[in-house]
Design a protein around this ligand. Structure first.
Ligand SMILES: Nc1nc2c(ncn2[C@@H]2O[C@H](COP(=O)(O)OP(=O)(O)OP(=O)(O)O)[C@@H](O)[C@H]2O)c(=O)[nH]1
Ligand SMILES: [Mg+2]
Length: 140
């Protein structure tokens, strides 16, 4: 299986997504460090929120086969700048999370992730498991 690194702002749903991909129970747990020992690399949201940590994150992307930019369908802004995907010398995919929420706007999240240059967008929910099997299939 390809190794995936997830990046995205705090509370965007990265850790929950990894738990869903692993078939684990979703338990809230703030991510405190980059864990690159497994197939799904989790990162703290703060790394995507500041320039200094963002540089570290770009370096960590080389530990992975695929970079996943995570954006919640409930967010009204995006921390990733347009055309940022080519910075990673890896395929970059977009993962829209929280598609189950009542006021979710997956269409807006998709537009923002496409502007980043993501080559494919997955629409997911860690609660309903929407899109989880599709993402696992892509990583095979
Ligand atoms: N409705 C809904 N809530 C979700 C979903 N995924 C995550 N959440 C909720 O969003 C909150 C943050 O989820 P996390 O997975 O911890 O977010 P994170 O991106 O890992 O956050 P950091 O570790 O701070 O970077 C938690 O309260 C989750 O229960 C989802 O698919 N649907
Ligand atoms: Mg986390």
């Amino acid at each position: 299986m390809k190794k995936l690194i997830l990046m995205g702002k705090s509370e965007s749903g990265k850790t929950s997504l990894i738990e869903a991909l692993r078939g684990e129970e979703i338990v809230y747990k703030k991510t405190q460090y980059i864990d690159y020992s497994t197939d799904f690399m989790d990162t703290p949201g703060e790394y995507s929120e500041g320039n200094d940590l963002g540089g570290a994150l770009a370096v960590y992307s080389y530990e992975a086969d695929v970079v996943g930019l995570v954006l919640s369908a409930t967010d009204d802004f995006c921390v990733f700048p347009p055309a940022c995907a080519p910075v990673a010398n890896r395929p970059v995919i977009g993962v829209v999370t929280k598609c189950d929420e009542a006021h979710a706007r997956p269409d807006l999240a998709e537009m923002r992730l496409l502007l980043c240059g993501c080559e494919r967008i997955f629409f997911t929910s860690s609660k309903t498991r929407q899109g989880i099997d599709e993402l696992l299939e892509y990583l095979k």
